[in-house]
Write a protein that binds this ligand. Structure first.
Ligand code: PMP
Length: 395
């Protein structure tokens, strides 16, 4: 037996949940994405998606992706740096920079690779990187890859952040990185206070707009725009895997910083560029987002309906202010059980357990799309209320 096999033969965590019949992961979808999908021969209402704008099945995007496939082929077979740049990539970067109110932008092949590559490129030895302790895993990994000194503060606790900043040298480069919308709890970062601290303690700020894009601000530009603080944020990252109905990510900033990243960011240079179809899909989704602000209105209408109904039914939903609604369970086994019972009742939701949350804060994550109807939400709320009551999670 090999060393690794020897070490991992006793890794049986998933099997424990499989044996109990509640293993919730890797269920295959066998239909087009939308508010209702087919999974394992079972029709379910989809409340587990990040497609806030509801654009993943939009025919205009599918057609744009098909046209790009026909024109450019299936892949780019190289780095943006060398043979992997298409005019489509450049156009998308230009339009995203404009949309985000920044000078320039780089597109990468996933949002994860943006955080994992940009953070260690911009800060290094002698610098400081400071994160909220609920920041996304890709920010944590970007932080770990950096040679900067790593620090974090309690979630959204501005006093804790200030106490930390007080101890750091004023002249040192200090980068604060936060999720604009926290992906599991749905609450927002306290950007106005963070920007105040940025000035007081001479820092830079990076905001991850993965869950803000398509949801907050004018035309869905994100949380930075929502707070009117775009100019105060040094680096804005976003992804195409949620509101932009595709896969990929971007970083937007001033032209000097982007010029530096274009020539040094390792996940940009040493990784192949995004496929023609994915790039064209994101570009078309961006156009639709700009042309159809009523999508964001529809998303908020259905979000407000769901928030009200979950509160009325007595669910504990924390401090969410977004289409991400955490339904707290506070127990790992029960979280898996509830997920399975909901699936059986035709409602797909995501279980959230450590390391995605603190051990005592397990939850199921209910997320809205602009294309959900109130009737669908009502069906979801009622099914979940029945299950949560039967399991004694709510009264
Ligand atoms: N940042 C946040 C806050 C996220 O939630 C995610 C994806 N879950 C990412 C970054 C990574 O984005 P992608 O899926 O495009 O790799």
């Amino acid at each position: 037996m090999g060393q690794l096999q020897e070490r991992y033969k006793n890794y049986r965590e998933p099997q424990k949940f499989m044996a109990a019949g509640v293993y919730p992961y890797f269920r295959a979808i066998t239909s087009k994405q939308g508010t209702e999908v087919e999974m394992e021969g079972h029709k379910v209402l989809m409340f587990g998606s990040n497609a806030y704008t509801g654009l993943t099945g939009d025919q205009r995007i599918i057609d744009a992706a098909k046209a790009a496939l026909d024109k450019y082929g299936s892949g780019c077979a190289g780095s943006r740096f060398l043979n992997g740049t298409l005019d489509l990539h450049i156009q998308l970067e230009k339009e995203l920079a404009e949309f985000e109110g920044k000078d320039d932008c780089l597109c990468l092949s996933t949002g994860f690779s943006v955080n994992a590559g940009v953070i260690p490129a911009v800060v290094g030895r002698g610098d400081y990187i400071i994160c909220d302790d609920r920041d996304h895993a890709s920010i944590v990994d970007g932080r770990r890859l950096s040679f900067a000194k790593q620090l974090h503060y309690k979630h959204n606790d501005m006093e804790d952040l200030e106490n930390l900043l007080k101890t750091l040298p004023y002249e040192a480069v200090k980068l604060i990185v936060v999720d604009g919308v926290f992906s599991m709890e749905g609450d927002l970062c306290k950007l106005p206070e963070i920007v105040e601290l940025k000035h007081k303690y001479n820092c830079s700020v990076m905001v991850d707009e993965a869950h803000g894009l398509g949801v907050f601000g004018k035309e869905g530009r994100g949380v930075c725009d929502y707070f009117g603080l775009t100019d105060e944020v040094d680096l804005i990252m976003g992804t195409f895997s949620k509101s932009l109905a595709s896969i990929g990510g971007f970083i937007a900033s001033d032209s000097d910083t982007i010029n530096f990243l274009r020539h040094t960011c390792r996940t940009y240079i040493f990784s192949a560029s995004n496929t023609p179809a994915a790039t064209a899909a994101a570009l078309e989704a961006l156009h639709i987002l700009k042309q159809e602000p009523e999508r964001i209105e529809a998303l908020w209408k259905v979000t407000n309906y769901a928030l009200r109904r979950f509160r009325e039914e007595g669910f504990e939903i924390g401090d969410t202010e977004s289409p991400i609604i955490p339904l707290y369970v506070h127990d790992v086994d029960k979280t898996f059980l509830v997920t399975k019972l909901a699936f059986d009742a035709g409602v797909f939701i995501n279980p959230v357990i450590p390391p995605a949350c603190a051990p005592q804060d397990t939850l199921v994550r209910f997320a809205l799309m602009a294309t959900h109807t109130e009737e669908q939400v009502e069906r979801g709320v009622q099914a979940l209320a029945k299950i949560f009551r039967e399991q004694n999670i709510i009264k």
